[in-house]
Design a protein around this ligand. Sequence first.
Ligand SMILES: [Zn+2]
Length: 84
Amino acid sequence: MKIEHVVCDVCHDMPVKTYRVTHAGRVRSTDLCEEHGKPFAELFNDGYEEARPPRAARTRGGPRVPRVTTMEEIEKLKQDRRKP
Ligand SMILES: [Zn+2]
């Protein structure tokens, strides 16, 4: 009897998930355990609870950029408003 197990490419642990990675036009397939497959799992949120990004990190309409208005800009806005 012959039993074959697929083990993690990095640490030879089980169980594993198989990931197909495309990079620079080349495709590789890799078998990774939960720990070493985490970076890939995070891309898809596919079942690893700790892989989910915290809700606070997500903001509506893209990344939040702090609005900094200088005194010059405020003065310029005031002047623009005075124009007919
Ligand atoms: Zn591993």
